[in-house]
Design a protein. Sequence first.
Length: 579
Amino acid sequence: MTSPSLRSFGLGRRLLLARCAVLLGALLLNAVVLAALTLTATPAHAQASIQVAAVPVAADLPPAAGMFFKSDRTDTLFAAATLASDVTIQVTGDVARVSVVQHFRNPSKVWLEGIYVFPLPERSAVDRLTLRIGDREVRGRILEKEEAQKVYKEAAAAGRRASLLSSKRPNVFSTSVANIGPGEQISVEIEYQDTALFADGVYSYRFPLVVNPRYTPGADLPLVAVPPALPRPPVAPFDGERGLQKINLDTGAAAISHEGDGARRQPSTIRERGRDLFGPVRNPALGKINPVSLQVYLNTGAPLADISAPNHQIEIVRDISGSGGVHVTLANGVVPADQDFVLNWTPVTGAQPEIGLFSETRDGAEHIYVSLLPPDAAAWPERSVPRDLVLVLDKSGSMHGPAIASAREAGRLALERLTTRDRFNLIVFDNATRRLFSHVQPATRANIRNGLSALQSLTSGGGTEMHGALTAAFANQAPEGRLRQVVFLTDGSVSNEHALTELIETKLGSTRLFTVGLGSAPNSFFMRRAAEAGRGTFTYIDKPDEVVAKMSALHRKLERPALTDIRLDWHLAAPAAPE
């Protein structure tokens, strides 16, 4: 076998690699950033002509994203519109360094405390927080959680400006800002490190501009009065969509569906409201909604065959400063924060795998980062393995519009690729779980026609009760000599990610779970974590016109495993990350 070609790329000192990056990520998930009171004369960003609209938000519903002012007289939070947002992303190899600067203003005539909530890519590690209030600057430092909270309270009580950064969930962080004066402008700058996703020969980096509403199952909330679990009756006859059997896995909690508009209402269960990352949505007639400027500097160390952004129009300048890098900007300069920014780039590949070697000396230690770039898909093996394929489709209210259309199309492509050696089943869910067959059935023409008919009848509505659907998908294991694969199509709009991940790890067995995120702002933290727990992969589908290409690439992998019986002998005493 020909040895893989070796490429060596040098990186800047700001790049944290190998175990350094992993250790930083672990540190920041268990710590908070507290702003030290370092004062500098930094002028505020002036946007006096823009009116700030305040929208009341119930205090017991934590806001999804934005700057919120706390009222001392009531339990109400007021969501402030964003004056401006500037995002800079520097990608070296597959490691991204991201800087986000956002500007707000206290529109009132009183001193206020602010709460700033923002989402992050699920694997990112925040390492810098800078807060500017008026002409004062406050820089963040990392402390243990208990100590940080104590110092923040002391600083706030003494009337000093302070900011406390903490993690609400793995991909949602918040910072509390004390003592904001009347009419003062607030600028928040956050820097973090992240990695690009590589799949099917294409690198992809997603910067979140939107947080979807997260559905919380009623049984997971202690404040909701839930009747005792009902006995599980046998599978009901055909119900709802054509040909699908309803599986009663309810716990007694019911949700009310509002068909067509994607709303999901359930007593005391929707604990988070959907909101732009950059504040409340305003009337488009008033101008761009929460304007964002964004630029990306790409230094991949390899020639690129293609660069694209499916959700935005971009301008590309290659070979900036003679370094071979690429500068990507938004063609319109400033865009509304109404869908995530996604950048894809495709390196030139050959018939053999290629190894990328990145190194950095930091704190007296040498850190090595090794990446393996697979060969062109044309060199993949032609052999196939008999499969049991289970398609799980989310048809809840959040899937309305293009997302449910993409799910139907993705399901159709999957069924039409099945061979006579394969078996399959179809499971769909909203408040309830339904399946086409009680067990996987041979992929005969008649069975496939039944599956296609059921897919075409699907409409969106109801809650997002994933637990029952995943339980049904893992209910049976494939016999020896067959692969059991579950393809899970959803936007992932749930808040009980940890419980669902535990379910996957417990019930998976020998099955492989492949998640497909649908829509412009899927819950990528949950989707990626579920795929890792399920020993599969995660695929993004932003728009319906991407379904054919991305699902075809996924099914090529499912049909033809490229590597089997893998073993790695590591004859070094040095620690490696990930383990």
